[in-house]
Design a protein around this ligand. Sequence first.
Ligand SMILES: N=c1c2ncn([C@@H]3O[C@H](COP(=O)(O)OP(=O)(O)OP(=O)(O)O)[C@@H](O)[C@H]3O)c2ncn1[C@@H]1O[C@H](COP(=O)(O)O)[C@@H](O)[C@H]1O
Length: 95
Amino acid sequence: MRIGDVLEELYRTVEERKRELPEGSYTASLFKRGEDRILQKVGEEAVETILALKSGRREDAVYEVSDLLYHLTVALVNSGISLEEIAEELNRRKK
Ligand SMILES: N=c1c2ncn([C@@H]3O[C@H](COP(=O)(O)OP(=O)(O)OP(=O)(O)O)[C@@H](O)[C@H]3O)c2ncn1[C@@H]1O[C@H](COP(=O)(O)O)[C@@H](O)[C@H]1O
C-alpha cells in the first residue's frame, strides 16, 4: 500500500466528515470544536511524536507519527489546503 494513496483516501474521508458531521465521528467532533482545538491536537501529537522517536521504541514512533499525520490531515482540510499543494511545494524544493 502506497502512503500517497492512504493519505489521499484519508483526506477524502476527513472532507466527508467535515461536510456531513456524523454523530459518533471523532473527526466530526474536532470540526465541531473548531480550529483552535484542531491545531492544539496537532501540537500535542507533534510533541508525542518527538518523545516516541526519542524513546527508540519503533512501534510507539509508528503509532504517534500516524496520529500526527491524521491530525495534520484534519488541519489541512480545515484550512482548505490540498495534498496537491503540499506535493507541489515539496517538488519545487527538489535539487
Ligand atoms: N486515522 C484516524 C485517527 N488517528 C487517530 N485518531 C483518533 O485520534 C484520537 C487521538 O487520541 P488521543 O490519544 O490524543 O486522545 P483522545 O482522548 O482519544 O482524544 P482527545 O479527546 O484528546 O481529542 C483518538 O481518539 C483516535 O481514535 C483517528 N481517528 C480517525 N482516523 C481516520 O479517520 C476516519 C474517520 O474516523 P471517524 O471520524 O472517527 O469516523 C477513520 O476511518 C480513520 O481512517
